[in-house]
Write a protein that binds this ligand. Structure first.
Ligand SMILES: Cc1cc2nc3c(=O)[nH]c(=O)nc-3n(C[C@H](O)[C@H](O)[C@H](O)COP(=O)(O)O)c2cc1C
Length: 181
């Protein structure tokens, strides 16, 4: 196990008031001792263009470097139309190159998500996991965390409620132990 596990957090939503980013932010203080979770802002990643792969745009390089340097990646994303939000899929497509040799190869990845509805992104998570499989990422198998009715998970001050925080804290502990194998 590395002396200090470095996790990278990616939110699937670019919205300022994003519930998923709020969950990810809360998770930064729920990681086990000796672990850090740093959120990477990938909003400047441009539309994928294979012609630019030989001269990658700076935000793409920054995203790929951040993934490469992390011991594990935590993706917290909404589902859009039962699937992966387009901007996130676009960023992942950039990070997936070169095919089968990308920064995601053998990278431990935890996928979770939050939505106002009851299903809590279960469908989108399945699609996201298939995409990560194509990149040869190591996907944390369980527990699967689908946070439904997300608005009710935060109190009036915007603090994540205890039960959800406890669930996430246990999940992070499991993920860190699994990623360190
Ligand atoms: C284009 C679009 C498609 C959506 N499709 C779904 C969906 O399939 N399932 C779902 O539960 N919510 C869907 N929603 C609602 C999102 O879950 C909701 O807007 C959520 O708050 C987005 O996450 P965020 O708060 O992190 O930005 C969709 C929202 C948008 C903008």
């Amino acid at each position: 196990m590395p002396k200090r596990m470095k996790l990278l957090g990616l939110s699937g939503s670019l919205r300022a008031g994003s519930h998923n980013t709020a969950v990810l932010r809360a998770m930064t203080s729920l990681v086990p001792q000796g672990t850090t979770l740093t959120i990477h802002d990938w909003r400047d990643v441009p539309m994928f263009d294979a012609d630019q792969l030989t001269n990658e745009p700076a935000p793409v390089k920054a995203l790929k470097d951040a993934i490469a340097e992390a011991d594990g990646v935590v993706i917290v994303s909404p589902e859009y139309n039962y699937s992966i939000p387009g901007p996130l899929k676009n960023a992942l497509d950039w990070a997936s190159r070169p095919g089968y040799q990308s920064v995601f190869k053998h990278k431990p990845v935890a996928v979770l998500g939050a939505s106002p509805g009851v299903i809590g992104t279960a469908r989108g998570q399945q699609h996201l996991k298939v995409v990560l499989m194509a990149m040869l990422a190591e996907i944390y198998p369980q527990p699967e965390i689908c946070i439904g009715s997300v608005a009710s998970r935060f109190d009036a001050e915007g603090k994540l409620q205890e039960a959800t925080a406890e669930l996430l804290s246990q999940m992070l502990e499991g993920f860190v132990a699994w990623a360190a194998r």
